[in-house]
Design a protein around this ligand. Structure first.
Ligand code: NAD
Length: 506
């Protein structure tokens, strides 16, 4: 089945893809093997780029930028519109490839491609709305305004868990802004990257714009680190762990470049005593176990009012134990595998530590004995003193830690007590409680929801978080401004040289 998807997406003809890697090629450091996490078996091997390929690709992106920046933005929008159409046509195949390569269930694989289509549609509209402001000049016969101009080639580094959409968010906006992109995907999802980038590159090239979408697949020390140091990239947009962001942020800052960081989360849902518990439970289950807990916005902590905690946890436990886990491409499956054996080891380690630290296992906690990298969705209750150090870390797996609270300010303080600040949610039917959560004294996260879970953001809003989540914003709203340079222009249409602040110099 996997071969058919590869064939239909043109991957079998791609010179860097080896469909049935031999044992010796699989060990060759010049290749990376993409594995199906549902079986642990190889899908195909991909030849890695070296330093010479890096140089060719970046030179190409710089040359293409010189032409692309002069194409009128609405015309750039037409190219992005045609790319969106191609993604629409290929969505079922590409969605299936996402499922094969990173283990997302079919609905989520398709949903991920839909995010790229949605942001491309958004970018098309944006291509006629890259507005600058006009401001009155204090000098007579002067006009003052600001404009947004293309920035340059953008380096895009992405995580394994959104192997298509995160690139889409960056590349589609960057394209209408007049930038070229060079994408460095995760080595855990190289096939999705090759297929996705080829779609965009093919459409743009056919429309007379080669080189707008570049791709480099290689080891971090050969490609990614070189990118972050390279002054030809005025912007590095990097999505991944806080560990990676701390390195990338520093390296880019050393050369005074810009970085847009989208890093880890440790997201909480607060459920107050007056909440609609059915609604809250459904939201916690989706955000806690969806994508097998491998979303940056996954709910990792539940902070529930002490008066309803036992009943609410019982309701959750029932849902957790009845969830269908298995082949991500089976329509009935709701939870697929973790990405690899290392992720399973991190899960097992975190569960063990939680127990040592006084946590009580409510459900789950074990690896599932079958091929692939499956684990049980897990709920762990913190001890009565609410101290559970492992819950302060992001373990990329379906583990939900449960805490209790007495009053809202205590719950908000617990929500804000972690190093990351990505997503948060509160369930309540009280306006007063809800507004307090959204007030300056409320959630400190980039995303704060009422009566909706922490995951599954729409593309129309700016996406990102505070503190160790990195502070970057991508996707909707005015996130496009990160991909452009702002220029303030003052024009004198009089015949006198007037100085600002009334200064005389004669
Ligand atoms: P990771 O940090 O291991 O890798 C992410 C990317 O960074 C990869 O392409 C990797 O090759 C690259 N990288 C690693 N070290 C680097 C270095 N020194 N210099 C340059 N590039 C480097 O993350 P992962 O395991 O692929 O993804 C999971 C993590 O990503 C989680 O922490 C998750 O929360 C986060 N994430 C965040 C968002 C968001 O929008 N905030 C979205 C998706 C995932």
């Amino acid at each position: 089945m996997s071969h058919q998807v590869l064939r239909e997406l043109g991957l079998l003809e791609n010179p860097r893809v080896v469909a049935e890697p031999s044992a010796s090629l699989a060990k060759d450091p010049a290749y990376v093997v993409s594995e199906n996490p549902a079986t642990g078996k190889p899908i195909a091997a991909v030849r890695l780029d070296d330093a010479a390929a890096y140089e060719r690709c970046v030179t190409n992106a710089c040359d293409a930028f010189k032409k692309w920046r002069e194409v009128p933005a609405p015309e750039r929008g037409l190219v992005v519109r045609a790319i969106a159409e191609e993604f629409r046509r290929l969505k079922p195949l590409l969605g299936e490839l996402v499922s094969l390569e990173v283990g997302k269930i079919r609905q989520e694989g398709l949903g991920e491609v839909q995010e790229t289509i949605d942001i491309a549609d958004f970018a098309v509209g944006l291509s006629r709305q890259l507005y600058g402001m006009t401001m009155p000049s204090e000098r007579p016969r002067h006009r003052m305004y600001e404009q947004w101009l293309p920035l340059g080639p953008v380096g895009v580094i992405t995580a394994f868990n959104f192997p298509n959409a995160v690139w889409g968010w960056n590349a589609m906006l960057a394209a209408v802004c007049g930038d070229t992109t060079v994408w460095k995907p995760s080595l855990m999802a190289p096939l999705t990257a090759i297929a996705s980038n080829a779609i965009a590159d093919h459409v743009a090239t056919q429309m007379g714009h080669p080189g707008v979408f570049g791709l480099l697949i290689g080891a971090d020390n050969v490609i990614a680190e070189r990118m972050t140091k390279d002054p030809r990239f005025p912007l590095i947009s990097a999505t991944g762990s806080c560990r990676m962001g701390k390195i990338v942020g520093k390296v880019v800052a050393e050369r005074l470049g810009r970085s847009l960081l989208e890093l880890g989360g440790n997201n909480a849902v607060i459920v107050d005593k007056d909440a609609d518990q059915k609604l809250a439970a459904a939201a916690v289950v989706f955000a806690g176990v969806g994508t097998a807990g491998q979303r940056c916005t996954t709910t990792r902590r539940l902070i529930v009012h002490e008066s309803i905690a036992d009943a609410f946890v019982e309701r959750l436990a029932k849902a957790y134990t009845s969830i269908r886990i298995g082949d991500p491409l089976d329509e009935k499956t709701l939870v697929g595998p973790l990405i690899n054996a290392q992720a399973v080891a991190s899960f097992t380690h975190a569960v063990g530590l939680a127990k040592e630290q006084g946590g009580t296992l409510v459900v789950g906690g074990k690896r599932i004995e079958r091929e692939g990298f499956f684990v049980e969705p897990t709920i762990i209750r913190a001890p009565a003193n609410n101290t559970l150090p492992i819950a302060m870390e992001e373990t990329f797996a379906p583990i939900l830690y449960v805490f209790t609270f007495k009053d809202l300010d205590q719950a908000i303080a617990m929500n804000n007590s972690v190093a990351q600040g990505l997503s948060s949610a509160l369930f309540t039917d009280s306006i007063r409680t809800g507004e307090r959560f959204l007030s300056p004294a409320g959630s400190d996260c980039g995303i704060a929801n009422l009566n909706i879970g922490t995951s599954g953001a729409e593309i129309g809003g700016a996406f990102g978080g505070e503190k160790e989540t990195g502070g970057g914003r991508e996707s909707g709203s005015d996130s496009w401004k990160a991909y452009m340079r702002r220029q303030t222009c003052t024009i004198n249409y009089g015949s006198e040289l007037r100085l600002a602040q009334g200064i005389r110099f004669d």
